[in-house]
Design a protein around this ligand. Structure first.
Ligand code: ADP
Ligand code: MG
Length: 173
């Protein structure tokens, strides 16, 4: 595998979890733009947003995306990375984009079980299932527009990895 693989999708769809497993299976490097950004800034996403606002966070996210993009990497992106047309274009051009697609109920269950507020500050101030539903309604078309492949992310992580490998015709390591 040489082209970077970008995993996109809503919060809780499993970008980090599946990305790590896929990278392990393929023997390549795993990078998470959210983690990279927090480590580089030495701040949580919630702190960056509280101090500088969402617009400033989005600008840093675009920088992070460009900085981490390299061959033979699996890159888990932030849920809102596809809001920028420039980011969508960049990912499609530089690598293979996979949308981890899961229904609202599955996403909400996972986020309620593991909220990780530092990494996932509220986007609307509404309860989790309401927020997931609203945000997905706005972003689903953008995830699809950005993606070369759409996989069912409501399955087990191993199954999602297998489906990605099948879609990309990657042999299991
Ligand atoms: P994202 O990076 O897309 O926000 P995560 O990988 O952090 O999502 O997953 C959010 C939560 O859901 C984690 O607690 C993780 O263990 C769980 N999870 C992720 N993918 C799956 C899956 N395919 N099946 C069951 N639980 C999952
Ligand atoms: Mg993540």
């Amino acid at each position: 595998m040489t082209l970077p693989i970008f995993l996109v999708g809503a919060r809780g769809c499993g970008k980090t979890t599946v990305g790590q497993a896929l990278a392990l299976a393929q023997g390549c490097q795993f990078i998470d733009t959210d983690f990279w950004l927090q480590e580089t800034a030495q701040q949580t996403i919630a702190d960056i947003v509280a101090r500088d606002g969402w617009e400033a966070f989005r600008a840093r996210e675009t920088e992070a995306l460009k900085a981490v993009t390299a061959p033979a990497r699996v890159i888990a992106t932030g849920g809102g990375i596809i809001l920028s047309e420039c980011n969508r274009h960049f990912m499609r051009e530089k690598g293979i984009v996979v949308y981890l697609c899961a229904p609202v109920a599955v996403l909400a269950d996972r986020l309620e079980a593991f909220p990780e507020e530092g990494q996932r500050p509220t986007l609307t101030g509404k309860p989790i299932s309401e927020e997931v539903s609203e945000v997905l309604a706005l972003r689903d078309a953008l995830y699809r527009e950005a993606a070369h492949h759409v996989v069912n992310a409501a399955q087990s992580p191993d199954q999602v990895v297998s489906d990605i490998e099948a879609a990309l015709q990657l042999a299991r390591a």
